[in-house]
Structure formats: C-alpha cells, structure tokens
Design a protein around this ligand. Structure first.
Ligand SMILES: NC(=O)c1ccc[n+]([C@@H]2O[C@H](COP(=O)([O-])OP(=O)(O)OC[C@H]3O[C@@H](n4cnc5c(N)ncnc54)[C@H](O)[C@@H]3O)[C@@H](O)[C@H]2O)c1
Ligand SMILES: N[C@H](C(=O)O)[C@H](O)COP(=O)(O)O
Length: 335
C-alpha cells in the first residue's frame, strides 16, 4: 500500500519556504522522502526555482496524483497570492493565500487524502498586520481542529531532535506576562498531552518528563520566587499521582547538559526561550517543531522565514527535511 502523501504549506512566499521546498524535492531520493503536495503559489515557486538556478519541473497536482508525479516533478496544488512575490520583501496582500494554504493542508489531511500537515514558516507580524488573530500556526491549527460548535483542543508546541525534546508551557507571550499566565492546571494539562503523545505518536512507553523551575535555581527554596514551590511543584505532584513520570522543579541552567539529558525524554519548560534556546542551540539544523494535542499530525522546520536569505541559495533545507521525515514516521505509526 503506497504511503499517503504529506501536505506541505508554502508559508510566507517571500520567505525561504519556497527555497527549502525546492531543495528538499531535489534531495527526495537521498533522503527517501515521502511524496509531498506543495500548497502555495505555483508561479512564485517557479520564479524561485529560476532565481536559484534550479531546473525543477513543477506540476499541478491533487492529493490523488502526487505519488505518481513526485519522481518527475514537484507537485503543486496552486493557491495564487494577490500580490507579486519579491524574495525577502513580505507583502500583507499575500496573507490570505498564506493562511488558505494552511487551512487547505489541514482540510486535505482531515479528509484522509494526505497523511500529515507540514508547514513552511510564516512571518507572524505580516499575518498580524493583515488581521490574523492567532499567535501562530500552533493556535490556528487548534482552531481548525475544533469540531463544529466544539472547543478547540489545547495544542502543545514541542521542539524535537535526536539530541533533545523540549516543550514550552507558555508560548508566544511577553516575558512580563509569564508569571501571571503560568498556572498549576496549565502545567498539568501540557504535561499530560505531552506524555500521551510521546507514547502514541513516538512510541515511548513510559515517557520521563523533566520539569524546569521558573526562577533561577528553581526559586532557591523560595528566596528567588514563589512560583516553583507554589505552582510547579504541586503540578508535578499531581502528575506523579496520575502515574506520569514527572520530576522537578529543576534549575533550568543545569538540566540540559549531556548527562542530564540522558535522564529524561522531554523537558517541560515554563516559557518559550527556556525551551527553544537549548533545543535550537543543540540542533538547529535537524530540530523539528511538532504540534501535539491535535487530531492530526503537524510538523514544521524549527526556524522562521529568514527573509534576508530568501532567494539567495543560502537557506539550508535540513530542518524541513527532518520535519517531512518525522511527519511521515508519525503517520506510519498512526496507520
Ligand atoms: N515555524 C514557523 O512558522 C516560524 C518559526 C520561527 C520563526 N518564525 C517567524 O519567522 C520570522 C523571522 O523569525 P526570526 O528572524 O526570529 O528567525 P529565523 O529562523 O527566520 O532566522 C534566524 C536566523 O537563522 C537563519 N536561518 C533561519 N533558517 C535558516 C535556514 N533554513 N538556513 C540557513 N539559515 C537559516 C536566518 O538567516 C537568521 O539569521 C518571524 O516573523 C517569526 O515569527 C516562524
Ligand atoms: N516558536 C516557534 C519556533 O521558533 O519554531 C515558532 O514561532 C513557530 O510557531 P508556530 O508553529 O505556532 O507558527
């Protein structure tokens, strides 16, 4: 039975999404990539191939025709933008098509025509200026996952690589709001979803969750902040009472060295940079952004639109290739 194709959304067409999608396609044999359907502006993709000096056939396709087309051409379900695309110069006029590509990738996947959603990077600020009301893909995908009249599932962001997996409990909020938004329930719910999906999506029978403290030295017994003892520790106690192997709160500055990393399967961190700095420092090229808690599989490269190098040939497709491979592996496990 041939594998179902992946749905790859273009991201911001002025970013490196088109670059890395083209480069990944040229490496499809080397990496044994599962065929993907690129959802985005076909003309912009063709123009990017020309500017990169890549002679890549591009074929209009649907989920049903991707597998037969993929060896000879890059299959595209065309979603034209409303403005010409200049690499490195994002245009809010293309926000609607950028968002539509994500929506359609989810639609194809939820309909069972594709096996997973892989998203090329969007520029949040560009979408915000066009009225996009979600912090990023993560929250938008959860909204798309909601059943009619139902609540959106809680999405969980995980950055995963062979070196480390990390999850930020709070995500795209200003630092000044973290202590205000960090609650025992949020930590418990995030950890529960992470533990479940590490088992279901990654086959880890008994995942070990290292939970970081919020404050320096995990609060130093209360001398450097009350949150660790008043919020994080009770959350860990609740998780352990449910049979989840969670431990901490750990001082964040000593939980990411090699020996410490060998003691756990994922680090549950209190905020974005506490989770993403170690993850991207250790594995920028093969790190993958995975959204847990959704009823479908979604991965993304661990980087952004890199506008300054779009169209220059300097972008590396490694993280996108890792995201495509991880999505295919997760889909195979789910089949
Ligand atoms: N998955 C996503 O959609 C995603 C992830 C992160 C950031 N973003 C968005 O991207 C925009 C730019 O974010 P940023 O500047 O903080 O981070 P960035 O990842 O776009 O760039 C950071 C640095 O890394 C380099 N870089 C990034 N990807 C690279 C690649 N594949 N090959 C070679 N070099 C690469 C860039 O040139 C830049 O110097 C922001 O709007 C942000 O919100 C989106
Ligand atoms: N913080 C994420 C990262 O650096 O990979 C990035 O903003 C992506 O978020 P979304 O997947 O929600 O767009």
């Amino acid at each position: 039975m041939p594998r179902k194709p992946l749905a790859l959304s273009q991201g911001d067409p002025a970013g490196i999404g088109p670059d890395i999608a083209l480069m990944a396609w040229t490496k499809r044999g080397e990496h044994g990539l599962t065929p993907f359907l690129y959802l985005g502006d076909r003309d912009a993709l063709s123009a990017r191939a020309r500017s990169l000096g890549l002679d890549i056939p591009i074929a209009e396709a649907t989920a049903e025709t991707v597998n037969s087309a993929f060896d000879a051409a890059l299959p595209v379900l065309s979603i034209p933008g409303d403005a010409a695309v200049t690499p490195g110069s994002p245009d809010g006029a293309n926000a609607a098509s950028t968002i539509e590509a994500i929506r359609r990738a989810v639609e194809e996947t939820r309909a069972g025509r594709t096996s997973a959603v892989v998203t090329c990077p969007i520029a949040k600020s560009v979408l915000y200026s066009a009225g996009f009301r979600f912090p990023g893909h993560t929250e938008y995908l959860a909204d798309l996952a909601a059943e009619p009249g139902g609540r959106a599932p809680r999405p969980v962001m995980m950055i995963a690589s062979p070196a480390l997996r990390t999850v930020p409990v709070t995500i795209h909020i200003p630092l000044i709001k973290i202590a205000e938004e960090l609650t025992e329930d949020l930590i418990v719910e995030t950890a529960r979803i992470t533990a479940r999906d590490l088992t279901v999506r990654f086959g880890i029978a008994s995942p070990r969750l290292a939970v970081s403290g919020l404050n320096p030295h995990a609060g130093e017994g209360g001398a450097l902040g009350r949150e660790d003892d008043a919020i994080v520790r009770p959350a860990i106690e609740r998780l352990r009472a449910e049979g989840i192997d969670a431990f901490g709160p750990l001082p964040a500055d000593t939980m990411f060295h090699a020996a410490a990393r060998a003691t756990y399967d994922v680090a549950i961190c209190m905020y974005h940079d506490q989770a993403l700095i170690p993850a991207k420092t250790l594995a920028f090229d093969d790190g993958v952004n995975v959204t847990l808690g959704l009823p479908f599989i979604r991965t993304s490269p661990d980087h952004g639109t890199a506008f300054s190098i779009a169209g220059t040939g300097k972008a590396k497709p490694d993280s996108l290739i890792a995201a495509l491979k991880m999505a295919a592996d997760m889909a195979e496990r789910a089949a």
